[in-house]
Ligand binder design. Structure first.
Ligand code: NAI
Length: 403
């Protein structure tokens, strides 16, 4: 079948197998081009650093989790296990991009001599945790690094069987701001109604620290964390303009909970001299972030401003910097006053943020975006689904089951 782009309400319904493989191989190539010798002081070579060799990534099939897996394997030369929730292809339907990414990554990782296996299942369930423990035992013995990079709309609590849904809403009052859809380039005002009933608590249940804690408790109990193991999860803060829908909204409450969990986990990990951190990352187009209202408009302006200053990064560059400059540089791990690692440091620079604010004020409802890089946002969104690569013939018939 011919595999074409199909997008509904900012969500892509299809993915291209060869395109996803191309996306993964581009990220791998970027890492390989820096890992041995690097002429860019912002991304120093990783080869002389002491890096983790056995890595578990929860949510390692797309976005920041996939990049964490790529950096682990191709900068740290690590063996990796990924746990993610993805749909397999059928004769008539494409897989989700994360499934194709995983197949492509594992092929390349094994070719390079690294072990690479995945469990496709619900990371929130006890069964998946148990299956992961078995796989760690048989494949790696223990792990030195656990990356928790899940972004999910729902979670079933394994103890009660109750299912909770996360929502992206302001708290207390509606929030209106300029926005732009990924399927039209005209600025319009979007109004988001505030969370109702238990939506704040429900979002914390899904995206807060509870499941992260359950994973670490379980891995500790099973003695699957090596001495000195590091445990990382990802958060976002962002600019004031998105505070009502993000940092001060339902998801922000969940992120606060996740950040508090890091300190609790560090205490639990003391017995193995391990540590837990939250890394605050840059706003980037991923399957999760594209659906947050207001955020694509912010990203389009941010991309333009950061590209003009040669500071724009993709997920893999962010994680490479996290590994080489923050977590495993051999120096003390730099954190902010709240104990968080900041790889959103360039995004949050005063000069970047004041320029973004200036351009935000220039936007007019009903008119195309100005001084922004909506093309760049579109193009990254296409590429994370395997579309928009010049070297791929999208008119060719492809069996979606072949990767
Ligand atoms: P993403 O949508 O690209 O990846 C989510 C991953 O979670 C995928 O591997 C998916 O398979 C997995 N997943 C979802 N539900 C699952 C389940 N029930 N069981 C197993 N796996 C499941 O998301 P993205 O953007 O990479 O987000 C990862 C983390 O990074 C999140 O905590 C997010 O808040 C954070 N972050 C994202 C930023 C962004 O701009 N995209 C910025 C800063 C932090």
């Amino acid at each position: 079948m011919k595999i074409t782009k199909k997008v509904l309400r900012n969500v892509s319904l299809t993915a291209h197998p060869q395109g996803c493989a191309q996306y993964v191989s581009n990220q791998i190539e970027w890492v390989q081009a820096h890992a041995q010798v690097s002429d860019d002081s912002r991304y120093p070579a990783s080869k002389n650093l002491v890096l983790p060799k056995r890595v578990l990534i929860l949510g390692g099939s797309t976005g920041y989790g996939l990049s964490s897996r790529i950096v682990s394997a191709f900068a740290a030369q690590a063996d990796t296990i990924n746990v993610s929730f993805e749909r397999e292809p059928s004769e008539t339907r494409t897989a989700t991009p994360g499934w194709y990414n995983t197949m492509a990554f594992e092929r390349e990782a094994r070719k390079a001599g690294h072990k690479a296996e995945s469990i496709f299942g619900d990371a929130f369930s006890d069964e998946t945790k148990q299956a992961t423990a078995e796989l760690i035992k048989s494949l790696l013995g223990q792990v030195d690094l656990v990356i928790y990079s899940l972004a999910s709309p729902l979670r079933t609590d394994p103890k009660t069987g109750l299912t909770y849904r996360s929502v992206l809403k302001p708290i207390g009052k509606p929030f209106s701001a300029l926005s732009v859809d990924l399927d039209c380039d005209v600025v319009k005002t979007a109004t988001i109604e505030p969370a109702q009933g238990t939506q704040v608590e429900d979002t914390i249940k899904v995206m807060g620290g509870e499941d992260w804690s359950l994973w670490i408790d379980f891995l500790l109990q099973e003695k699957l964390l090596a001495e000195g193991a590091m445990v990382i999860s990802y958060s976002y803060i962002g600019p004031k303009v998105t505070y009502p829908v993000y940092r001060e909204g339902t998801i922000g409450k969940a992120k606060e909970d996740l950040e508090k969990t890091a300190a609790q986990l560090t205490k639990k990990l003391a017995s193995i001299k391990g540590r837990a951190f939250v890394s605050v990352n840059k706003a980037l187009v991923t399957r999760a972030s594209a659906v947050i209202p207001v955020v694509p408009l912010y990203m389009a302006i941010l991309y333009q401003v950061m590209k003009e200053r040669d500071l724009h990064e993709h997920c893999t560059q962010q994680i490479y910097r996290l590994f080489t400059e923050k977590l495993f540089s051999g120096k003390a791990i730099p954190t902010d006053d709240e104990g968080r690692i900041r790889v959103d440091d360039w995004e949050m620079q005063d000069d970047i943020q004041s320029e973004v604010e200036r351009r935000w004020d220039l936007q007019k409802e009903g008119e195309p975006l100005q001084g922004a890089d909506l093309e760049g946002v579109y193009s990254e969104y296409e590429q994370i689904h395997g579309f928009g690569f010049d070297n791929i013939d999208y008119d060719e018939d492809v069996d979606p089951r072949i990767i």
